[in-house]
Design a protein around this ligand. Structure first.
Ligand code: PAN
Ligand code: ZN
Length: 185
């Protein structure tokens, strides 16, 4: 089915138009995500960490379509770890994705099947290819809202359970004020 276009505000990354859905993730949704659980609990439970807007022109799980999204992560830390997304593998592991940074500064954290974790600095205009079979998460390392756009296959799905069970092998932490990828002990 041919769908009406939606709009991206190229300054803020905000999506608008028919079919755009918004999900909010507050600190209370992010139990077990950050290394320092005590610090997370000491913060305001309703504090917004990130917001995801998504445009699904076809049903989730349908083969052959593409989804479009915008994620905005607030600046902040939990302990010494930057505010970040939950992170996931795609349920259909052989599905990749693109990210395009619109505003702010951050890090895309990628972990391959061998649990090797790297991070790529994100800045306005940076385009990041998330390969298939690769866990992905984004952290806001700056003092402003970090917003990026994403495009991914409609049958990719989200495997959050594996991240909940196994985590990433490294975390992006603020060490002497500098974003540093630190192996998780
Ligand atoms: C993105 C992410 C979005 C939020 O649209 O879903 O940035 O991150 P979490 O889903 O890990 O909470 C994407 O990667 N879609 O596949
Ligand atoms: Zn994804």
């Amino acid at each position: 089915m041919i769908r009406a276009p939606i709009q991206v505000d190229l300054t803020t990354g905000e999506l608008s138009g028919n079919g755009v859905q918004t999900t909010i993730r507050t600190l209370c949704h992010l139990q077990g995500i950050f290394r320092d659980e005590k610090s997370r609990q000491a913060l305001e439970a309703e504090k917004v960490v990130y917001r995801v807007q998504a445009f699904h022109p076809v049903r989730e799980g349908e083969e052959g379509g593409l989804f479009w999204g915008a994620t905005s992560i607030e600046p902040g830390v939990v302990g010494d770890e930057y505010f970040m997304t939950k992170g996931h593998y795609h349920s259909q592991q052989n599905r990749g994705e693109y990210y395009l940074t619109i505003a702010g500064y951050g890090g895309l954290i990628l972990m391959d099947q061998a649990r090797k974790t790297v991070y790529q600095p994100m800045r306005p205009g940076s385009v990041h290819y998330v390969p298939a079979h690769t866990a992905h998460r984004v952290a806001n390392t700056g003092g402003l809202v970090l917003t990026f756009l994403a495009c991914w296959p409609s049958d990719a799905g989200y495997d959050y359970e594996r991240i909940a069970a196994e985590g990433f092998s490294a975390r992006l932490r603020k060490v002497s004020g500098v974003p540093t990828l630190v192996e998780d002990s």
